[in-house]
Write a protein that binds this ligand. Sequence first.
Ligand SMILES: [Zn+2]
Length: 383
Amino acid sequence: MLKELVDLLQQREYKMVDLLEQLVKMESPSTRPDLTEKIGQFLSERFIEMTGGKVEFLESDQYSPHIRAEWGSGEGQVLIVTHMDTVWPEGTLDEMPFEIKEGKAYGPGTFDMKAGIVQALFAIQALDELEVKLDKKVVLMMTSDEELGSPTSKEYIIEEAKKSDSVFVLEPSQGEEGALKTARKGVGTFEVRIHGVPSHAGIDPEKGASAIEELAEQITYLSSLTDLEKGTTVNVGLIDGGSQKNVIAEDAHAVIDVRVQTQEEMDRVVPLIQNLKPHDSDIEISVTGGIYRPPLERTDDIERLFEKAKELAHEYLDIELIEEFTGGGSDANFTASIAPTLDGLGAVGAGAHALHEHAVVEQIPKRSALLALLLCEYGKADL
Ligand SMILES: [Zn+2]
């Protein structure tokens, strides 16, 4: 039966590319709920038509509804996490049209992660078509705000992960070999606002307290928190401040990107950033923000999941799967501490968020088959 499943999906390459083309041509930047809603509607209809499953729209107060699609039945569930939004603004297609060149599908969102959505839909369709009976239901989440850090889908994803025995995340794989992602850094954003005392730089320099000078000192301190060996980076990426060149600056402001590899580092660095102390008593500092995606650490459960995926890929697909660590965050960061999670199961290709973004076409059916095999394994298929 597993062999049949793989063969069926291998024959669907043409259909998969066709659906991918339709999805890419429906541009869906996260910041345009009208567009993400459209693609969400389209995907809901495809899901019902292809799998006979059911769909629920989960309200988002800022963005378009997230989609919870369900197939099969059973007490437990296996969760698949995808997102419909991309980082590309509307109109990108004019410069970056959908096209197939040398076996690669180019276009905005092909790799991150519309090919992943295609793989998931076809995998579930194949299970349905071959009447594979699973002990558990399969829940497919398709969210609309992942590229913004999942502000409104996070809680829904966590809620579903709590009900799930395993979680498969279809973010793009890494490198030419299509490595799975078994560890990810945690990611946070902090904003530092400094309030000083303004004064004329020529007439009353002694009466002022410069917010810019204070910020400069804080930047040096914040940068010193970076510890590359431990995988911690504190990057002051944006600054602004002051009003005129001859005024001692009243205000200054910085935005900081923080990444940590372990919970331990998160616990070390976060309080240091939150409790910045001014060097001058006339200055006030306030810090807002936090870690919005905790680190995904490679647990024994994740290792077991990876080993199983590797075994299935080797046996049925003749693929030698490898695993890698990445500094980028995904929704897997939320689910990994709740249920065993495997990420990077999506497309093989390159150029996420870059102009050469593409997915390798012949890998789309293979990856779809790998997901179908994992669903059989972890959904406890009665074969
Ligand atoms: Zn993504």
